[in-house]
Design a protein around this ligand. Structure first.
Ligand code: UD1
Ligand code: CA
Length: 459
């Protein structure tokens, strides 16, 4: 049976006090709307239609993908008016599921339960028992058989109705044909002068259609985001859920309340993560990996036995970063896109590595920069050494052979190659290739203004 999904996302979200449309605010690194779209992806709908209004262009650009359609609602005259805009694109006689773009943690299983209960002929509401139902539409049930009779909006409710703690979550599944007909009959004669989608409940009851209320099993999955407080509460709830899943899978988190995953984290056995770490994008941790406190790690693969010490920042961006088995990184290290570190590499404090390959056992332990470099095995790269890889217009490579020793405070002016086993004296500026095994010392007089250094001197 045909399934349409309508996601309402035209509202303004005034209380976010932000120029960003509300549904584009991020929860665990993805927009609220992206969460909703993702949770209904497995439902295999023939169409996922997003109703946009405030910030429509931005919203549409942010989530555009095959199989996602957009309908604009201008101006926004209420949830019933929102669904009216979608009527022309609703297909078939099956079921239409209505979700909210600002209720990000709706679970696929719950959405599926609504669709199954609807089966193209019943109106099914997702409801929730709330400690404080202020602001919510109240579910009015028949005292005799508990059947749902109507939803009354908070502002239209009588004092007695306001005592009801069962609220409407804003999500429902409806028979598509009937829904189209009902939303055409809505009026805005109510406290807010809006077209309420919730008024279709009384219409269904009047037509003798079955109206069911299914209760959400957690408040979290029906909570909407209206202000930064609610956004932070849902973020914590989501992070707690992820942290628990990881711990159940054997990852030892020093404190699940101080753990943030904004993406996917895959892991082997015996992995330990200290407090205040943030993982973003795709991160892979091999067996026995240890992550110290206060690390930020994005788009990286960390092989078995590697240790990432405190305050390390790894950002592979699109290119990714990889860290070999048994490597020691940090504290205070910075790995950037294209950093590919072999087994047992050591990168110490205040060392930056970008677009560089370091072979097994290479070490840069203090205050150094390696950019666009190929570094051989067992190289020792001294404190204050840098690759001058950028001439203001182009980037050039530096190649450092196996067993090279680069002394402190060296400038390797790329393109340049240091042959295997060469030694570069401390304080040298190297502008010419150095032969394998040679000692190169090049320092001193810079030519004023011209800005070039004396070529490497061979001894
Ligand atoms: C709505 C329900 C209420 C329910 C509550 C749950 C109605 C009339 N009321 O209340 O029973 O308890 O949700 O949070 O449906 N939107 C549009 N276009 C509009 C108006 C809203 O797209 O013209 C979107 C909003 O962006 C939001 C969703 O619809 O994603 C709900 O809007 P909101 O204003 O939060 O609904 P309420 O009126 O508070
Ligand atoms: Ca609301």
């Amino acid at each position: 049976m045909a399934l349409n999904i309508v996601i309402m996302a035209a509202g303004k979200g005034t209380r976010m006090k932000s120029a960003t449309p509300k549904v584009l605010h991020k929860l665990a690194g993805r927009s609220l709307l992206a969460h909703v779209l993702q949770s209904c992806e497995p439902l295999a709908a023939q169409a996922r239609i997003v109703i946009t209004g405030h910030g429509a262009e931005q919203v549409e650009a942010a989530v555009a993908a095959p199989g996602i359609g957009f309908v604009r609602q201008m101006p926004q005259l209420g949830t019933g008016h929102a669904v009216q805009q979608a009527v022309p694109v609703l297909q078939g006689e099956g079921t239409t599921l209505i979700l909210n773009g600002d209720v990000p943690l709706i679970e696929t299983a719950t959405a599926k339960a609504l669709i199954d209960a609807c089966a193209g002929h019943a109106l099914v509401l997702l409801t929730v028992d709330l400690f404080d139902p202020t602001g919510y539409g109240r579910i009015i049930r028949d005292p005799d058989d508990d059947g749902v009779l109507a939803i009354v909006e908070h502002k239209d409710a009588t004092p007695e109705q306001r005592l009801i703690h069962e609220g409407y979550s804003g999500m429902m599944a409806a028979p598509t044909g009937a829904l189209k007909r009902w939303v055409g009959q809505l009026s805005n004669a109510n406290a807010q002068g809006e077209y309420y989608l919730t008024d279709i409940v009384a219409m269904a009851v009047a037509e003798g259609l079955p109206v069911l209320g299914i209760k959400a099993h957690s408040e979290t999955e029906v909570l909407g985001v209206n202000d930064p407080v609610q956004l932070a509460q849902l973020e914590r709830a989501f992070q707690a859920r992820q942290a628990e899943d990881l711990m159940r899978a054997g990852v030892r988190l020093a404190d699940p309340a101080r753990f943030d995953l904004r993406g996917t984290l895959t892991h082997g056995q015996d992995v330990e993560i200290d407090v205040n770490c943030v993982f973003e994008g795709r991160v892979e941790l091999g067996d026995g990996v240890r992550i110290g406190a206060n690390c930020v790690i994005r788009n990286a693969r960390i092989a078995a036995g590697a240790r990432i010490h405190e305050f390390t920042h790894i950002d592979g961006e699109a290119a990714g970063a990889s860290i070999g088995e048994g490597a020691l990184i940090g504290p205070f290290a910075r790995l950037r896109p294209g950093a590919q570190l072999g087994a047992e590499v050591h990168i110490g404090n205040f060392v930056e590595v970008k677009n560089s390959t370091l072979a097994k056992g290479a070490k840069a332990n203090h205050l150094a920069y390696l950019g666009d470099a190929t570094v051989g095995e067992r190289v020792n790269y001294g404190a204050g050494a840098i690759t001058a890889n950028y001439d203001g217009a182009n980037k050039h490579r530096t190649t450092i052979g196996d067993d090279v020793h680069v002394g402190s405070n060296c400038v390797l002016v790329a393109p340049v190659t240091l042959g295997a086993g060469a030694t570069i004296g401390g304080g040298s500026t190297i502008t010419k290739d150095v032969n394998p095994g040679d000692l190169a010392v090049a320092r001193g007089k810079q030519v004023a203004l011209a800005g070039w250094a004396r070529p490497a001197k061979k001894r």
